[in-house]
Ligand binder design. Structure first.
Ligand code: LMR
Length: 330
């Protein structure tokens, strides 16, 4: 009985720690995402957004950020955003929209964008804005794109040539384009939530994965891999989302102030994402991780091996959109 009472006390205290009591009349925004790490682009952007709202809109609005997937994973969060009750904002990776729309598939085509600057320009174009806006029919409003960065590939053996990936099992995000990308290499892709990746690599459920430097460092994937090959073969970026149902219920003045703060944080943080990823790359090396750089010829071989994926999806995505995206490469 005594133990039970202590248990209840601990649980109540924990609940208060996570969700401080709301001030009467204050609007609470629960912001859920899956990453963590003090040098992670999304983690920092979400914290900065909350800090500015909580300072400037004190007493009216409070943002509570739930990082590390402690509230929902990125697939469940889309459903919860549509409902607009348990969570109000989120920033899932652009590779996690397969369950509600195919419009984001363009972002997963391997070797489509040369760098994050090209991604940025495409997102700012009419095409990028239209993709974000298309979510409205689903009950979700896309407010902005946040950058993470370029993806690298790792496995429990060296990956130098595309043939090295053959026969290996790779974890992928919830994207059919990424499934096709690994099948193209003769590998076996497996969709899996971000939270499960470290354990799956450690126990050999999968042999490899693809991710940005900041995700590879903050989740310590490099510790359970032979090394990371610097392929820069794709991107991981985010859509900053708000539940449409929740958004519509807000007073106009609150809505515009929140949108302005998102825009402000987006402009500042997106400019720093590249630098942060390079810092994370350095930290992997400092921690004893192995990074393999590829020669232009080696990288071209990966490009050639993966490129047929474009043909598989170009009908659905539209060749005009693919061409528009490529036009932003310098
Ligand atoms: C992943 O699942 O690998 C990433 O999308 C995680 C993230 O949010 O960067």
């Amino acid at each position: 009985m005594r133990l039970l009472k202590i248990g209840i006390l601990v649980a109540t205290a924990a609940a208060f720690l996570v969700t401080p009591a709301a001030v009467a009349g204050e609007i609470v925004i629960k912001f859920s995402h899956v990453t963590s790490g003090k040098k992670h682009p999304k983690y920092l952007a979400a914290e900065e957004f909350a800090k500015r709202v909580n300072e400037r809109m004190k007493g009216k609005v409070r943002v509570e950020v739930y990082p590390g997937g402690q509230l929902f994973n990125d697939t469940a969060v889309l459903i919860e955003l549509i409902k607009g009750k348990a969570v109000h904002m989120a920033a899932p990776s652009l590779s996690k929209f397969e369950s509600i729309t195919k419009k984001f598939r363009i972002f997963d085509l391997p070797f489509l964008f040369d760098d994050i600057e090209a991604v940025n320009a495409f997102q700012a174009s009419g095409h990028g804005k239209a993709i974000l806006k298309s979510l409205k029919k689903k009950g979700i409003l896309g407010l902005a794109y946040w950058h993470n960065g370029m993806k690298q590939m790792s496995a429990n053996k060296p990956l130098i040539a595309p043939a090295d990936a053959k026969g290996l099992k790779f974890r992928v995000q919830q994207s059919d384009v990424l499934v096709a990308q690994f099948k193209q290499l003769g590998a076996t892709p497996q969709k899996m939530a971000f939270k499960e990746v470290y354990g799956a690599l450690q126990t050999g459920v999968v042999d490899g994965q693809e991710n940005t430097w900041s995700n590879i460092y903050s989740k310590k994937f490099f510790e359970v891999q032979d090394g990371v090959s610097e392929t820069d073969h794709g991107i991981i970026d985010y859509a900053v989302l708000v539940s449409l149902r929740f958004w519509k219920g807000l007073p106009d003045a609150i809505r515009s102030q929140l949108a302005a703060i998102v825009a402000e944080v987006t402009a500042e943080r997106n400019g720093l994402a590249r630098k942060l990823n390079l810092e994370n790359r350095r930290k992997i090396l400092d921690a004893g991780g192995k990074i393999r750089t590829l020669t232009p010829k080696q990288r071209a071989a990966w490009r050639q091996a993966m490129k047929p994926v474009w043909g598989e999806f170009s009908g659905g995505i539209g060749t005009d959109l693919i061409e528009a995206a490529q036009s932003f490469n310098k």
